[in-house]
Write a protein that binds this ligand. Structure first.
Ligand SMILES: [Zn+2]
Length: 219
């Protein structure tokens, strides 16, 4: 008699709470999603954001990026990766597209959730992504909630967050959240930038302000 089927629950049973994103996936895509998250037993997209901390990030190094983005997912060729400073994802990171990168230790792994700007338009909604990594920085899997299923495990949003964490690792040294409190974090971009019409404001040179007693002001 084969008892293993009874003692090993299906991935459905191991994941009690699914995000509405996961619930709405097509069944075959959801199966793959469930398989990816089974390593931590929870859906990262269903965990309240206040449970994460920007001080708890895996110490991802360049070799981890290479293993995942080149060898595991073939998102980049080795040649492209060598010229990583020209990559879209790297430039997104440098340009401040990456926002609120936070992590949490779950089941011996580090789950990272992040928000990434979708485009040059500042007020576009942010794209949510998650990454599951070992505590030593090895990337296990990643998912972008804003891209189509086939691209979701490695898109420029996912890659830009990985570049971000790699930069944090270099800046802070290899300090996992269990070892020491991190003291510095890369700046992230501002969520909302209020626009003001140029025409709504009166600009006067300093010289004229002094002469006439008027100031720059809204009109
Ligand atoms: Zn994406």
């Amino acid at each position: 008699m084969d008892v293993s089927q009874e003692s090993v629950p299906k991935s459905h049973d191991e994941v009690p709470v699914l995000s509405s994103y996961a619930k709405n996936l097509e069944s075959h895509v959801r199966e793959r999603y469930l398989k990816k998250i089974s390593v931590v037993g929870v859906d990262p997209a269903a965990i309240p954001s206040e449970q994460f901390s920007s001080e708890c990030l895996p110490p991802i190094e360049v070799s981890d990026l290479l293993s995942y983005l080149v060898l595991e997912t073939s998102y980049y060729t080795n040649k492209q990766f060598k010229a990583f400073k020209s990559l879209e994802a790297y430039n997104q990171m440098v340009s401040g597209f990456v926002a609120s990168v936070q992590g949490k230790e779950i089941a011996g792994k580090i789950v990272v959730v992040a928000k990434v700007r979708h485009s040059q338009r500042m007020n576009d909604p942010l794209v949510n992504i998650w990454i599951i990594a070992e505590k030593d920085g090895t990337i296990i899997s990643a998912h972008c909630l804003g891209c189509k299923a086939g691209l979701a495990k490695s898109c420029s949003h996912v890659a830009s967050v990985m570049f971000y964490i790699e930069a944090v690792t270099r800046i802070q040294g290899k300090l996992a959240c269990t070892q020491a409190k991190c003291t510095w974090i890369l700046p992230t971009y501002v969520n909302e930038v209020p626009y003001a019409k140029v025409g709504d404001r009166l600009f006067i040179s300093k010289e004229t302000q002094r002469r006439t007693g008027t100031e720059n002001r809204d009109i």
